[in-house]
Design a protein around this ligand. Structure first.
Ligand code: HEM
Length: 447
């Protein structure tokens, strides 16, 4: 086995820590420009290897995955009582994935579609021509309503605000998870810790109530929590998820599925505004398919260009722009040694903007997704790859397409500021200063 470590800056652990907190995406871009496809560096209390080369990302996530388990940032979550589909490895992960997957099968998704259509339609009902809205707030609220109703049932009376509070707690916990001694920090009587605990208690109570309903087999239900409760591992002996496991999976799925989709939906309208020819083609498609009527489930398959718009947006602005792993033994990637204990961060964004794989990689070209993609095996998906590939990809795509179908026939959205939105990005791409757009009625903009 080679003894050569990947290139990278020596020492400076504290400086790297601050650079990551300040703007991790910029920090990654500088590392890649200076050192290339794989970089090894110090951060406080550990060594970190950031991977930009899709071939090496593929090795880490697929071919050599037995050497790398889910990263410390995932496993340190204190809001979880035990392992989940996102945080477990090996056989435990296989079991959980089998139990979680049916909640996202076509039949279940089709059952969620009506909620998605309903909520995306509601979002634009109160808009007035010329009004300025904070688009991120809007897409986040809609994604939260959709998550609340698909997770807890379309008839649920749970206040999405409560789910939102619990999610804030989850993100706070994840942010603490990036810091050393996070378990101690999470126990301090800080206001944010107290708010998070109170929201978790309240949401746990609601999840318990839905679990009770789901255990009553006479009730027909198509919400995600009921799917989780009723899921059976056919190979195992009574290996369904118990109450605590359902609760933990629900938290992780909420966390993984909410802000990610909301951010991509906001970026979609930003990209459409910047690319009028794409917007016009999309308007033609949606007008032609819907002809002024409300969208329905069957329209999803017909809105081919809308799906391509989503795919291109998520390529350029992947909300999960890196994933986390940890070396559980000495291993190699390419010509380099990755010592046991190294934290690994494969940067999906780098592959998605790599000129070797995407012609005019910096451009917004949904058309490229209408052609056959000949790199299916490389790390060129914003949804990750290997056994942990996103389980909610089809859910996210459906939600985004129905949002386009609700808004595009009636409105054009124009960016207010000439500067691109500010993103802060230690965990996900986020917009700390919001994202202002002006809403224009299409009837008023028609030539
Ligand atoms: C545009 C939206 C989304 C993006 C870009 C995205 C991206 C990702 C990525 C990159 C991973 C892999 C993580 C890793 O390898 O460590 C992942 C995993 C996951 N995602 Fe998504 N996701 C999105 C939406 C969703 C939605 C809507 C849900 C559910 C409602 C969801 C649920 C999950 C879950 C449960 C996992 C863990 C799967 C496993 O470890 O086996 N995601 N996602």
């Amino acid at each position: 086995m080679t003894t050569q470590l990947p290139p990278g800056p020596k020492g400076r652990a504290i400086r790297h820590f601050w650079a990551r907190l300040h703007n991790n995406a910029d920090f990654f871009a500088r590392l890649q420009a200076e050192y290339g496809g794989i970089v090894y560096l110090s951060v406080p209390f550990r060594k970190l290897c950031v991977i930009f080369d899709p071939v090496l990302i593929q090795q880490a996530l697929v071919e050599k995955r037995a050497s790398f388990e889910q990263g410390p940032g995932y496993k340190r979550a204190t809001f979880l009582g035990g392992p989940t589909v996102l945080t477990s490895d090996g056989d435990e992960h296989k079991r959980r994935r089998k139990l979680v997957q049916p909640s996202f099968h076509k039949q279940a998704l089709n059952g969620y579609a009506e909620t998605m259509i309903d909520e995306t339609d509601k979002l634009q009902r109160g808009w007035r021509d010329g009004q300025t809205i904070d688009l991120v707030q809007t897409t986040t609220a809609t994604a939260l309503n959709i998550a609340t109703r698909t997770f807890f049932g379309a008839d649920s009376r749970i206040d999405p605000g409560l789910v939102g509070e619990a999610l804030k707690g989850v993100f706070w916990d994840f942010t603490l998870g990036q810091l050393p001694f996070n378990r101690y920090l999470a126990r301090l009587p800080l206001p944010r810790n107290r708010q998070a605990q109170a929201a978790f208690r309240a949401l746990d109570h609601e999840i318990d109530a839905i679990i009770d309903q789901a255990l009553d087999a006479s009730q027909e239900r198509n919400d995600l929590i009921s799917h989780l409760v009723r899921a059976k591992d056919e190979g195992g002996v009574d290996r369904s998820l118990n109450r605590a496991e359902v609760r933990d999976e629900a938290y992780v799925i909420l966390m993984a599925g909410h802000e990610t989709t909301a951010n991509v939906m906001a970026w979609m309208f930003y990209c459409l505004d910047q690319h009028p020819a794409v917007r016009e083609r999309l308007e033609r498609e949606i007008d032609g398919v819907l002809g002024g009527r409300r969208p329905g489930l069957a329209d999803y398959d017909r809105l081919v260009y809308a799906r391509a718009v989503f795919d291109e947006t998520v390529r350029l602005f992947p909300p999960v722009y890196y994933v986390g792993r940890q070396a559980i033994e000495d291993s190699t990637l390419g010509d380099y040694l990755i010592p046991k204990g190294t934290a690994l961060q494969p940067c999906l964004l780098a592959g998605l903007r790599d000129e070797r794989f995407f012609e005019e990689a910096g451009g917004f070209k949904p058309e490229r997704w209408l052609e056959e993609n000949d790199h299916p095996k490389l790390a060129l998906s914003a949804f990750g790859l290997g056994v942990h590939k996103c389980v909610g990809e089809a859910f996210a795509r459906m939600e985004a397409v129905f949002m386009l179908a609700a808004i595009v026939p009636r409105w054009r959205l124009n960016v207010v500021s000439s500067h691109p939105p500010v993103v802060n990005s230690l965990v996900f791409y986020q917009f700390p200063r919001g994202f202002q757009m002006t809403v224009r009625a299409r009837a008023a903009t028609a030539p």
